[in-house]
Design a protein around this ligand. Structure first.
Ligand code: FAD
Length: 472
Protein backbone atom coordinates (compact mmCIF):
# COMPACT_ATOMS: atom_id res chain seq x y z
CA UNK A 1 0.00 0.00 0.00
CA UNK A 2 1.51 3.32 -1.07
CA UNK A 3 2.12 6.00 1.56
CA UNK A 4 2.53 9.73 1.09
CA UNK A 5 4.82 11.66 3.44
CA UNK A 6 3.95 15.34 3.58
CA UNK A 7 6.96 17.44 4.55
CA UNK A 8 6.20 20.70 6.33
CA UNK A 9 8.57 21.94 8.99
CA UNK A 10 10.77 18.84 8.84
CA UNK A 11 12.79 19.64 5.71
CA UNK A 12 15.42 16.92 5.89
CA UNK A 13 15.72 13.21 5.17
CA UNK A 14 17.70 12.14 8.23
CA UNK A 15 16.43 11.46 11.78
CA UNK A 16 12.91 12.01 10.53
CA UNK A 17 9.86 10.83 12.43
CA UNK A 18 7.37 10.91 9.55
CA UNK A 19 9.67 9.22 7.04
CA UNK A 20 10.73 6.72 9.67
CA UNK A 21 7.10 5.79 10.33
CA UNK A 22 6.19 5.66 6.63
CA UNK A 23 9.24 3.75 5.43
CA UNK A 24 8.85 0.95 7.94
CA UNK A 25 5.50 -0.28 6.64
CA UNK A 26 6.72 -2.03 3.51
CA UNK A 27 4.88 -0.30 0.64
CA UNK A 28 6.25 2.38 -1.68
CA UNK A 29 6.65 5.83 -0.15
CA UNK A 30 6.32 9.19 -1.92
CA UNK A 31 7.43 12.54 -0.54
CA UNK A 32 5.67 15.86 -1.15
CA UNK A 33 5.98 19.49 -0.15
CA UNK A 34 3.44 22.25 -0.76
CA UNK A 35 4.36 25.92 -1.01
CA UNK A 36 1.26 27.14 0.80
CA UNK A 37 -0.40 29.80 -1.25
CA UNK A 38 -2.28 31.30 1.69
CA UNK A 39 1.02 31.96 3.50
CA UNK A 40 3.09 32.95 0.47
CA UNK A 41 0.53 35.38 -0.95
CA UNK A 42 0.75 37.52 2.18
CA UNK A 43 4.55 37.88 2.04
CA UNK A 44 6.67 40.52 0.32
CA UNK A 45 8.27 39.27 -2.91
CA UNK A 46 11.67 39.18 -1.21
CA UNK A 47 11.31 36.97 1.83
CA UNK A 48 14.45 35.31 3.14
CA UNK A 49 12.43 32.44 4.60
CA UNK A 50 10.99 31.43 1.26
CA UNK A 51 14.50 31.31 -0.10
CA UNK A 52 15.72 29.29 2.90
CA UNK A 53 12.92 26.77 2.31
CA UNK A 54 13.75 26.68 -1.36
CA UNK A 55 17.40 25.79 -0.60
CA UNK A 56 16.31 23.15 1.89
CA UNK A 57 14.11 21.53 -0.76
CA UNK A 58 16.91 21.72 -3.32
CA UNK A 59 19.13 19.84 -0.87
CA UNK A 60 16.44 17.18 -0.34
CA UNK A 61 15.77 16.90 -4.05
CA UNK A 62 19.46 16.40 -4.75
CA UNK A 63 19.64 13.56 -2.23
CA UNK A 64 16.48 11.97 -3.59
CA UNK A 65 17.75 12.20 -7.15
CA UNK A 66 20.87 10.28 -6.13
CA UNK A 67 18.46 7.51 -5.11
CA UNK A 68 16.62 7.68 -8.39
CA UNK A 69 13.46 9.16 -6.89
CA UNK A 70 12.00 12.64 -6.94
CA UNK A 71 10.32 15.14 -4.68
CA UNK A 72 6.75 16.14 -5.43
CA UNK A 73 6.50 19.92 -5.08
CA UNK A 74 3.31 21.90 -5.54
CA UNK A 75 2.36 25.55 -5.16
CA UNK A 76 -1.21 25.82 -3.93
CA UNK A 77 -3.50 25.22 -0.98
CA UNK A 78 -2.40 22.16 0.94
CA UNK A 79 -5.96 21.43 2.01
CA UNK A 80 -6.78 20.83 -1.66
CA UNK A 81 -3.40 19.73 -3.04
CA UNK A 82 -2.63 17.01 -0.49
CA UNK A 83 -5.94 15.13 -0.80
CA UNK A 84 -5.62 15.37 -4.59
CA UNK A 85 -2.09 13.93 -4.48
CA UNK A 86 -3.20 11.11 -2.18
CA UNK A 87 -5.86 10.15 -4.72
CA UNK A 88 -3.57 10.46 -7.74
CA UNK A 89 -0.91 8.33 -6.06
CA UNK A 90 -3.58 5.90 -4.85
CA UNK A 91 -1.98 6.23 -1.44
CA UNK A 92 -3.64 4.42 1.42
CA UNK A 93 -1.86 6.37 4.07
CA UNK A 94 -0.72 9.93 4.71
CA UNK A 95 1.95 10.69 7.31
CA UNK A 96 3.13 14.07 8.58
CA UNK A 97 4.59 15.62 11.71
CA UNK A 98 2.04 17.66 13.62
CA UNK A 99 2.50 21.25 14.60
CA UNK A 100 0.46 23.12 17.22
CA UNK A 101 0.32 26.38 15.28
CA UNK A 102 -3.46 26.96 15.07
CA UNK A 103 -3.20 27.64 11.32
CA UNK A 104 -1.49 24.29 10.84
CA UNK A 105 -4.01 22.47 13.05
CA UNK A 106 -6.96 23.90 11.10
CA UNK A 107 -5.32 23.03 7.77
CA UNK A 108 -4.56 19.49 8.93
CA UNK A 109 -8.16 19.04 10.08
CA UNK A 110 -9.36 20.09 6.64
CA UNK A 111 -6.98 17.60 5.00
CA UNK A 112 -8.16 14.81 7.29
CA UNK A 113 -11.78 15.65 6.56
CA UNK A 114 -11.12 15.46 2.81
CA UNK A 115 -9.49 12.05 3.16
CA UNK A 116 -12.22 9.90 4.61
CA UNK A 117 -11.19 6.25 4.20
CA UNK A 118 -7.46 7.02 4.06
CA UNK A 119 -5.33 6.44 7.10
CA UNK A 120 -3.86 9.75 8.28
CA UNK A 121 -1.11 9.55 10.88
CA UNK A 122 0.48 12.55 12.52
CA UNK A 123 3.69 11.98 14.42
CA UNK A 124 5.71 13.99 16.92
CA UNK A 125 8.81 15.65 15.56
CA UNK A 126 8.74 19.38 16.22
CA UNK A 127 9.82 19.20 19.88
CA UNK A 128 11.50 16.66 22.15
CA UNK A 129 8.54 16.46 24.54
CA UNK A 130 5.17 17.81 23.53
CA UNK A 131 1.53 18.35 24.32
CA UNK A 132 0.45 16.28 27.33
CA UNK A 133 3.66 14.30 27.73
CA UNK A 134 4.83 16.32 30.72
CA UNK A 135 2.16 17.28 33.23
CA UNK A 136 2.21 18.22 36.91
CA UNK A 137 1.39 15.65 39.59
CA UNK A 138 -2.19 16.93 39.41
CA UNK A 139 -2.30 16.23 35.67
CA UNK A 140 -2.19 19.91 34.73
CA UNK A 141 0.08 21.63 32.21
CA UNK A 142 3.06 23.45 33.69
CA UNK A 143 2.94 27.21 33.75
CA UNK A 144 6.31 27.81 35.42
CA UNK A 145 9.55 26.96 33.67
CA UNK A 146 11.70 25.49 36.47
CA UNK A 147 9.30 22.72 37.49
CA UNK A 148 8.73 22.02 33.78
CA UNK A 149 12.47 21.76 33.27
CA UNK A 150 12.76 19.40 36.24
CA UNK A 151 10.01 17.22 34.80
CA UNK A 152 11.77 17.30 31.42
CA UNK A 153 15.02 16.11 33.00
CA UNK A 154 13.22 13.43 34.98
CA UNK A 155 11.40 12.10 31.93
CA UNK A 156 14.59 12.15 29.89
CA UNK A 157 16.51 10.29 32.60
CA UNK A 158 13.74 7.69 32.66
CA UNK A 159 13.28 7.33 28.90
CA UNK A 160 16.72 8.48 27.74
CA UNK A 161 17.80 6.34 24.88
CA UNK A 162 14.30 5.69 23.50
CA UNK A 163 13.39 9.33 23.54
CA UNK A 164 16.53 10.56 21.86
CA UNK A 165 17.01 7.60 19.52
CA UNK A 166 17.61 8.60 15.92
CA UNK A 167 14.56 8.00 13.72
CA UNK A 168 16.50 6.51 10.81
CA UNK A 169 14.17 6.14 7.83
CA UNK A 170 14.60 3.21 5.49
CA UNK A 171 15.01 5.39 2.40
CA UNK A 172 15.08 2.29 0.19
CA UNK A 173 11.28 2.36 0.51
CA UNK A 174 11.08 5.63 -1.44
CA UNK A 175 9.62 5.16 -4.89
CA UNK A 176 9.83 7.25 -8.08
CA UNK A 177 6.67 9.04 -9.14
CA UNK A 178 5.69 10.72 -12.41
CA UNK A 179 4.20 13.47 -10.26
CA UNK A 180 7.69 14.51 -9.14
CA UNK A 181 8.28 17.14 -11.78
CA UNK A 182 11.08 19.08 -10.09
CA UNK A 183 11.47 22.05 -7.81
CA UNK A 184 10.07 25.26 -9.33
CA UNK A 185 12.44 28.22 -9.34
CA UNK A 186 12.00 31.03 -6.84
CA UNK A 187 10.83 33.21 -9.73
CA UNK A 188 8.21 30.58 -10.69
CA UNK A 189 6.90 30.93 -7.16
CA UNK A 190 6.73 34.68 -7.58
CA UNK A 191 9.73 35.49 -5.37
CA UNK A 192 13.05 37.21 -5.86
CA UNK A 193 16.47 36.19 -4.57
CA UNK A 194 17.42 37.80 -1.24
CA UNK A 195 20.55 38.49 0.75
CA UNK A 196 19.99 35.35 2.85
CA UNK A 197 23.15 34.54 4.82
CA UNK A 198 25.37 31.81 3.34
CA UNK A 199 24.90 29.64 6.40
CA UNK A 200 21.21 29.18 5.56
CA UNK A 201 21.65 28.32 1.91
CA UNK A 202 22.62 24.69 2.24
CA UNK A 203 19.55 23.00 3.67
CA UNK A 204 19.87 20.09 6.07
CA UNK A 205 23.34 19.12 4.84
CA UNK A 206 24.72 22.45 5.91
CA UNK A 207 22.64 22.66 9.10
CA UNK A 208 24.04 19.33 10.29
CA UNK A 209 27.56 20.58 9.70
CA UNK A 210 26.69 23.75 11.60
CA UNK A 211 25.40 21.68 14.51
CA UNK A 212 28.54 19.53 14.53
CA UNK A 213 30.72 22.64 14.50
CA UNK A 214 28.82 24.21 17.39
CA UNK A 215 28.90 21.04 19.48
CA UNK A 216 32.60 20.38 18.98
CA UNK A 217 33.90 23.95 18.97
CA UNK A 218 31.59 26.19 20.95
CA UNK A 219 29.04 24.40 23.12
CA UNK A 220 31.46 24.10 26.06
CA UNK A 221 31.80 27.91 26.22
CA UNK A 222 28.10 28.66 25.72
CA UNK A 223 27.42 29.73 29.32
CA UNK A 224 30.21 32.31 29.13
CA UNK A 225 29.54 33.61 25.64
CA UNK A 226 25.78 33.41 25.08
CA UNK A 227 24.91 36.84 26.44
CA UNK A 228 27.38 38.89 24.44
CA UNK A 229 26.00 39.81 21.03
CA UNK A 230 29.40 40.69 19.54
CA UNK A 231 30.69 37.18 20.27
CA UNK A 232 29.94 34.11 18.18
CA UNK A 233 28.41 32.39 21.20
CA UNK A 234 25.04 30.85 20.30
CA UNK A 235 24.47 28.15 17.71
CA UNK A 236 22.50 30.22 15.13
CA UNK A 237 20.48 27.05 14.60
CA UNK A 238 17.06 28.61 15.23
CA UNK A 239 16.14 28.90 11.53
CA UNK A 240 17.28 25.30 11.03
CA UNK A 241 15.07 24.24 13.94
CA UNK A 242 12.18 26.31 12.66
CA UNK A 243 12.14 24.51 9.34
CA UNK A 244 13.38 21.16 10.64
CA UNK A 245 16.71 21.09 8.82
CA UNK A 246 17.84 19.43 12.03
CA UNK A 247 15.69 17.52 14.52
CA UNK A 248 15.40 19.02 18.00
CA UNK A 249 16.22 15.60 19.43
CA UNK A 250 19.53 15.67 17.52
CA UNK A 251 20.49 18.77 19.50
CA UNK A 252 19.29 17.27 22.77
CA UNK A 253 21.20 14.06 21.97
CA UNK A 254 24.41 16.09 21.77
CA UNK A 255 23.83 18.13 24.92
CA UNK A 256 22.13 15.65 27.27
CA UNK A 257 25.14 13.45 28.07
CA UNK A 258 27.17 16.60 28.90
CA UNK A 259 24.40 18.32 30.84
CA UNK A 260 26.45 18.54 34.03
CA UNK A 261 28.85 20.86 32.22
CA UNK A 262 27.91 24.51 32.30
CA UNK A 263 28.03 25.06 28.55
CA UNK A 264 26.06 22.01 27.40
CA UNK A 265 23.70 22.28 30.37
CA UNK A 266 22.96 25.92 29.62
CA UNK A 267 22.31 25.18 25.98
CA UNK A 268 20.06 22.25 26.83
CA UNK A 269 18.13 24.63 29.04
CA UNK A 270 17.31 26.79 26.02
CA UNK A 271 16.10 23.76 24.12
CA UNK A 272 13.83 23.04 27.08
CA UNK A 273 12.47 26.62 26.89
CA UNK A 274 11.60 25.83 23.30
CA UNK A 275 9.63 22.74 24.35
CA UNK A 276 8.07 24.76 27.20
CA UNK A 277 6.69 27.44 24.88
CA UNK A 278 5.40 24.84 22.44
CA UNK A 279 3.43 23.12 25.19
CA UNK A 280 2.15 26.52 26.34
CA UNK A 281 0.83 27.12 22.82
CA UNK A 282 -0.75 23.67 22.77
CA UNK A 283 -2.58 24.18 26.05
CA UNK A 284 -3.32 27.89 25.59
CA UNK A 285 -3.82 28.60 21.88
CA UNK A 286 -5.33 31.95 22.92
CA UNK A 287 -1.77 33.31 23.36
CA UNK A 288 -1.77 33.84 19.62
CA UNK A 289 -4.27 36.67 20.05
CA UNK A 290 -3.65 38.07 23.53
CA UNK A 291 -1.99 37.79 26.91
CA UNK A 292 -1.94 34.45 28.64
CA UNK A 293 -2.58 36.25 31.93
CA UNK A 294 -5.89 37.74 30.94
CA UNK A 295 -5.87 40.50 33.58
CA UNK A 296 -3.00 42.06 31.58
CA UNK A 297 -5.48 42.74 28.81
CA UNK A 298 -6.53 45.71 30.98
CA UNK A 299 -3.20 47.46 30.48
CA UNK A 300 -3.83 50.45 28.21
CA UNK A 301 -1.11 51.04 25.62
CA UNK A 302 -0.41 54.31 23.87
CA UNK A 303 -2.03 54.75 20.47
CA UNK A 304 -2.36 57.49 17.88
CA UNK A 305 0.07 59.36 15.62
CA UNK A 306 2.73 59.89 18.30
CA UNK A 307 2.69 56.20 19.20
CA UNK A 308 2.85 55.32 15.51
CA UNK A 309 5.90 57.53 15.12
CA UNK A 310 7.60 55.85 18.09
CA UNK A 311 6.82 52.45 16.59
CA UNK A 312 8.33 53.53 13.27
CA UNK A 313 11.45 54.74 15.12
CA UNK A 314 11.75 51.34 16.81
CA UNK A 315 11.31 49.40 13.55
CA UNK A 316 13.70 51.66 11.66
CA UNK A 317 16.44 51.68 14.31
CA UNK A 318 16.24 55.36 15.21
CA UNK A 319 15.28 55.37 18.89
CA UNK A 320 18.55 57.05 19.89
CA UNK A 321 19.44 54.13 22.17
CA UNK A 322 22.45 52.57 20.42
CA UNK A 323 22.00 48.98 21.62
CA UNK A 324 18.32 48.99 20.64
CA UNK A 325 19.04 50.50 17.24
CA UNK A 326 21.97 48.18 16.52
CA UNK A 327 19.74 45.21 17.41
CA UNK A 328 16.97 46.39 15.10
CA UNK A 329 19.48 46.84 12.29
CA UNK A 330 20.72 43.31 12.88
CA UNK A 331 17.13 42.09 12.51
CA UNK A 332 16.37 44.21 9.45
CA UNK A 333 19.65 43.42 7.70
CA UNK A 334 19.97 39.71 8.48
CA UNK A 335 16.65 38.30 9.74
CA UNK A 336 18.38 37.20 12.94
CA UNK A 337 18.63 38.90 16.32
CA UNK A 338 20.68 37.77 19.30
CA UNK A 339 18.56 36.51 22.22
CA UNK A 340 19.84 39.11 24.70
CA UNK A 341 18.86 41.83 22.25
CA UNK A 342 15.43 40.35 21.61
CA UNK A 343 14.81 40.72 25.32
CA UNK A 344 16.14 44.28 25.32
CA UNK A 345 14.20 45.55 22.30
CA UNK A 346 10.98 43.78 23.31
CA UNK A 347 11.13 45.28 26.77
CA UNK A 348 11.98 48.67 25.24
CA UNK A 349 8.95 48.58 22.96
CA UNK A 350 6.41 47.99 25.69
CA UNK A 351 8.12 49.40 28.78
CA UNK A 352 9.87 52.45 27.30
CA UNK A 353 7.74 53.34 24.31
CA UNK A 354 4.45 52.32 25.96
CA UNK A 355 3.38 50.41 22.85
CA UNK A 356 1.34 47.23 22.74
CA UNK A 357 3.78 44.31 22.67
CA UNK A 358 1.62 42.69 19.98
CA UNK A 359 2.88 45.31 17.50
CA UNK A 360 6.45 44.21 18.17
CA UNK A 361 5.45 40.57 18.06
CA UNK A 362 3.94 41.09 14.61
CA UNK A 363 7.05 42.93 13.39
CA UNK A 364 9.27 40.07 14.56
CA UNK A 365 6.94 37.59 12.84
CA UNK A 366 7.43 39.47 9.60
CA UNK A 367 11.20 39.76 9.84
CA UNK A 368 12.63 36.81 11.79
CA UNK A 369 14.12 33.97 9.79
CA UNK A 370 13.42 31.73 12.75
CA UNK A 371 9.92 33.09 13.38
CA UNK A 372 8.14 30.46 15.40
CA UNK A 373 4.68 31.19 16.74
CA UNK A 374 5.26 29.45 20.09
CA UNK A 375 8.70 30.91 20.86
CA UNK A 376 7.85 34.39 19.57
CA UNK A 377 4.63 34.62 21.52
CA UNK A 378 6.42 33.21 24.59
CA UNK A 379 9.31 35.66 24.25
CA UNK A 380 7.08 38.70 23.80
CA UNK A 381 4.75 37.77 26.61
CA UNK A 382 7.77 37.15 28.83
CA UNK A 383 9.08 40.63 28.06
CA UNK A 384 5.66 42.26 28.49
CA UNK A 385 5.18 40.36 31.77
CA UNK A 386 1.89 38.79 30.70
CA UNK A 387 2.90 35.22 29.79
CA UNK A 388 3.77 31.94 31.50
CA UNK A 389 6.57 32.50 34.00
CA UNK A 390 7.18 35.97 32.62
CA UNK A 391 9.48 38.71 33.83
CA UNK A 392 7.62 40.66 36.61
CA UNK A 393 6.19 43.90 35.25
CA UNK A 394 8.30 46.09 37.53
CA UNK A 395 11.53 44.67 36.10
CA UNK A 396 12.39 47.12 33.36
CA UNK A 397 15.62 46.62 31.44
CA UNK A 398 17.74 49.75 31.31
CA UNK A 399 18.99 49.77 27.70
CA UNK A 400 22.07 51.77 28.66
CA UNK A 401 23.24 49.45 31.41
CA UNK A 402 22.41 46.40 29.25
CA UNK A 403 24.72 47.90 26.64
CA UNK A 404 27.47 48.58 29.19
CA UNK A 405 27.19 45.09 30.55
CA UNK A 406 26.84 43.00 27.41
CA UNK A 407 28.64 45.12 24.79
CA UNK A 408 31.09 46.96 27.04
CA UNK A 409 33.43 48.04 24.26
CA UNK A 410 30.62 48.77 21.84
CA UNK A 411 31.85 46.19 19.32
CA UNK A 412 28.35 45.07 18.40
CA UNK A 413 26.94 48.60 18.35
CA UNK A 414 29.72 49.80 16.04
CA UNK A 415 29.20 46.81 13.74
CA UNK A 416 25.61 47.81 13.04
CA UNK A 417 25.81 51.57 13.65
CA UNK A 418 28.97 52.59 11.80
CA UNK A 419 27.91 56.22 12.30
CA UNK A 420 28.90 55.75 15.95
CA UNK A 421 32.28 54.20 15.15
CA UNK A 422 34.31 57.15 16.41
CA UNK A 423 32.60 57.52 19.80
CA UNK A 424 34.67 56.57 22.82
CA UNK A 425 33.84 53.29 24.54
CA UNK A 426 32.41 55.30 27.41
CA UNK A 427 30.14 57.41 25.20
CA UNK A 428 28.83 54.75 22.86
CA UNK A 429 26.18 53.41 25.23
CA UNK A 430 24.52 56.79 25.83
CA UNK A 431 25.77 59.44 23.36
CA UNK A 432 23.31 62.04 24.67
CA UNK A 433 25.05 62.00 28.06
CA UNK A 434 28.60 62.23 26.67
CA UNK A 435 30.91 65.22 26.59
CA UNK A 436 31.29 66.71 23.07
CA UNK A 437 34.90 65.56 22.91
CA UNK A 438 33.83 61.95 23.39
CA UNK A 439 31.54 62.09 20.36
CA UNK A 440 34.33 62.16 17.78
CA UNK A 441 32.55 64.77 15.67
CA UNK A 442 29.13 63.11 15.75
CA UNK A 443 26.34 65.68 15.51
CA UNK A 444 23.64 64.41 17.82
CA UNK A 445 20.20 64.94 16.34
CA UNK A 446 21.72 65.14 12.84
CA UNK A 447 23.97 62.09 12.30
CA UNK A 448 22.29 60.01 14.97
CA UNK A 449 19.00 60.71 16.81
CA UNK A 450 18.62 61.94 20.34
CA UNK A 451 16.73 59.44 22.54
CA UNK A 452 13.03 59.34 21.66
CA UNK A 453 12.12 58.83 25.33
CA UNK A 454 13.80 59.46 28.66
CA UNK A 455 14.54 56.29 30.63
CA UNK A 456 13.46 57.53 34.07
CA UNK A 457 10.25 59.09 32.77
CA UNK A 458 9.39 56.02 30.72
CA UNK A 459 10.01 53.80 33.73
CA UNK A 460 7.66 55.83 35.92
CA UNK A 461 4.96 55.85 33.23
CA UNK A 462 5.23 52.10 32.80
CA UNK A 463 4.88 51.39 36.50
CA UNK A 464 1.75 53.54 36.49
CA UNK A 465 0.46 51.83 33.34
CA UNK A 466 0.84 48.38 34.86
CA UNK A 467 -0.74 49.48 38.15
CA UNK A 468 -4.15 48.35 36.82
CA UNK A 469 -2.87 44.79 37.05
CA UNK A 470 -1.55 45.21 40.56
CA UNK A 471 -4.83 46.80 41.61
CA UNK A 472 -6.55 43.58 40.50
P1 FAD B 1 20.90 29.21 20.87
O1 FAD B 1 21.27 30.07 22.03
O2 FAD B 1 21.96 28.46 20.20
O3 FAD B 1 19.77 28.21 21.41
C1 FAD B 1 19.51 26.96 20.78
C2 FAD B 1 18.05 26.85 20.43
O4 FAD B 1 17.25 26.87 21.60
C3 FAD B 1 17.54 27.98 19.57
O5 FAD B 1 17.83 27.77 18.23
C4 FAD B 1 16.05 27.94 19.88
O6 FAD B 1 15.40 26.97 19.10
C5 FAD B 1 16.01 27.51 21.32
N1 FAD B 1 15.89 28.68 22.18
C6 FAD B 1 16.88 29.46 22.64
N2 FAD B 1 16.39 30.42 23.44
C7 FAD B 1 15.07 30.25 23.48
C8 FAD B 1 14.01 30.92 24.13
N3 FAD B 1 14.22 31.96 24.94
N4 FAD B 1 12.75 30.49 23.91
C9 FAD B 1 12.50 29.43 23.12
N5 FAD B 1 13.47 28.76 22.48
C10 FAD B 1 14.72 29.16 22.66
N6 FAD B 1 13.10 31.90 18.99
C11 FAD B 1 12.66 31.36 17.86
O7 FAD B 1 13.13 30.28 17.48
N7 FAD B 1 11.70 31.95 17.10
C12 FAD B 1 11.14 33.15 17.46
O8 FAD B 1 10.24 33.65 16.77
C13 FAD B 1 11.61 33.78 18.65
N8 FAD B 1 11.13 34.98 19.03
C14 FAD B 1 11.59 35.54 20.20
C15 FAD B 1 11.05 36.77 20.61
C16 FAD B 1 11.49 37.38 21.78
C17 FAD B 1 10.90 38.69 22.21
C18 FAD B 1 12.46 36.74 22.58
C19 FAD B 1 12.94 37.37 23.84
C20 FAD B 1 12.99 35.52 22.18
C21 FAD B 1 12.56 34.90 21.00
N9 FAD B 1 13.09 33.66 20.57
C22 FAD B 1 12.61 33.10 19.42
C23 FAD B 1 14.02 32.90 21.42
C24 FAD B 1 15.53 33.14 21.15
O9 FAD B 1 15.82 34.50 21.13
C25 FAD B 1 16.02 32.48 19.87
O10 FAD B 1 15.59 31.14 19.80
C26 FAD B 1 17.54 32.49 19.79
O11 FAD B 1 18.03 33.80 19.87
C27 FAD B 1 17.98 31.83 18.50
O12 FAD B 1 19.36 31.88 18.34
P2 FAD B 1 20.26 30.58 18.37
O13 FAD B 1 19.69 29.53 17.51
O14 FAD B 1 21.64 31.03 18.09
O15 FAD B 1 20.06 30.14 19.90
Amino acid sequence: TPTLVWLRRDLRLHDHAALHAACSTGGPVFVAFVFERDILDALPRTDRRVELIWHALADIERQLRERGVGLIVRHGRAREVIPALVHELKAQRLVFAHDDDPFALARDEAVRAALAGVRVDSVQDVTVFERRELLTGAGKPYTVFTPYKNAWHKAMAAEGAACLAERVPNLAALAPSPLATGLPSLADLGFEATDLHERYRGGATQARAQLAEFVSERMADYADTRNFPAVKGPSYLSPALRFGLVAPRELARAAWPLREQEGAGGWLNELIWRDFYHQVLHHHPGVVHGPLKTDYARVVWDEGPEADELFAAWCEARTGYPLVDAAMRQLNQTGYMHNRLRMVVASFLCKHLGLNWQRGEAYFAEKLLDFDLAANSGGWQWAASCGCDAQPYFRIFNPTSQSEKFDAKGVFVRRYLPELARLTDGAIHAPWAAKPIELGGLRLGVDYPRPVVDHAEARAKTLARYAVVKAG
